[in-house]
Design a protein around this ligand. Structure first.
Ligand SMILES: [Zn+2]
Length: 356
């Protein structure tokens, strides 16, 4: 009789375990659909103190380097060592009168002149995979000017991130018919340089990423931006995945950089002690899923059963369920791997219009 009751309990336990495994897979699947947020820090190359703090942030945060800045090359090398995505922050003519960077692109420049300047910036900002505009309200709103830029860029295998410094930007239109992938900035983090406003804009970017599936935010190496980012990133919601602009385009050298980025994006965690018994293992799985209401309820049932179960019997019978969990985990890992390959495997030229 006792044996029958024990077997019945163990059967129920196995069933509950499989339901638990199902919800584990479901949670992993839901997490795979996390909203993707790309953050780019512009104007890099002048403020080493603040920029070094940015390089201590998650490696998915990309930097856009001014080619004629004093520390641009040094920052590019440092960022590249980390596996961080680098953009050339190309100075382009603004509408307002203000001091210009050396070699600022003007709409009236010839294609040869633009080509010469872009080649020079590629030399000065090594390892860049993309480009975005510094200022540029006059240049980016000039279709003919941007057409020349896109023709040159298509030969250099660089994507273009439109900073959208003017509503009438012609970047997308000018890239049509070329092989240059284009994406657009959604949010400026620090038009108002206060921590509160930057945090507010960061939350706006998160809301947009959830709504659209992805969003791109641009900030600058201001001390207020650095502090606001440090705070916001420390409590980044679980459904938000930090990515690079290139990852949003499936763009860049196949695999290497993105694999490194994906690896380094994982928040560092203390290694957990290996469970001593299979009972510990089961308890651990339940604990890991404690935040989910349904799974939590199931977990409580399992805990109750575990308390009632004679220790020896449970230890023997649980070997099956523990092995089953390993198989489930292997399946989940395989699924993750497949997804990673989909994200990084193809060296695609994206339809320039598909993101709008
Ligand atoms: Zn800029």
């Amino acid at each position: 009789m006792m044996k029958y009751l024990l077997m019945k309990r163990v059967g129920l336990l196995t069933l509950l375990f499989w339901i638990l495994s199902f919800f584990t897979s479901l949670l992993v699947t839901l997490n795979a659909q996390a909203a993707r947020l790309a953050i780019v820090i512009d104007d890099v190359g002048y403020r080493v103190h603040e920029e070094n703090k940015i390089l201590q942030m998650p490696v998915a945060i990309s930097i856009a380097i001014l080619p004629n800045s004093p520390f641009g090359r040094k920052m590019a090398e440092k960022a590249h060592q980390q596996g961080r995505e680098i953009l050339i922050h190309l100075p382009m003519a603004p509408l307002s009168k203000q001091p210009l960077e050396k070699n600022t692109l003007l709409p009236a420049m010839s294609r040869e002149e633009i080509d010469r300047i872009i080649q020079d910036t590629i030399q000065k900002v090594p390892h860049a995979v993309g480009m975005n505009n510094h200022m540029g309200s006059a240049m980016t709103s000039d279709f003919r000017g941007m057409e020349k830029v896109m023709q040159v860029l298509s030969r250099h295998h660089l994507y273009f991130l439109d900073s959208v410094t003017i509503g009438s930007t012609q970047v997308t239109k000018a890239a049509m018919g070329t092989s240059v992938p284009v994406i657009r900035r959604n949010v400026f983090l620090d038009n108002v340089q206060t921590e509160a406003e930057t945090r507010h804009q960061f939350n706006r970017a998160i809301a947009l990423a959830r709504k659209q599936g992805s969003a791109i935010a641009i900030g600058h190496p201001h001390s207020t931006t650095v502090r606001a980012l440090q705070q916001a990133l420390a409590v980044l919601p679980d459904d938000i995945e930090l990515v690079t602009p290139g990852m949003l385009l499936n763009f860049g050298p196949p695999n290497k950089n993105e694999q490194q980025i994906a690896h380094k994006c994982i928040k560092p965690q203390k290694p957990e002690p290996v469970p001593e018994t299979q009972l510990d293992y089961l308890k651990k799985v339940g604990k890991a899923l404690i935040n989910n209401v349904i799974v939590d309820t199931l977990n409580q049932h399992i805990q109750k059963l575990l308390e009632r179960l004679p220790k020896q019997g449970a230890s023997n019978t649980l070997s099956n369920t523990a092995e089953s969990q390993v198989i489930v985990n292997q399946k989940v890992n395989k699924k993750k791997l497949q997804q990673k390959e989909d994200e990084t495997g193809a060296h695609q030229i994206t339809d320039t219009c598909s993101n709008f």
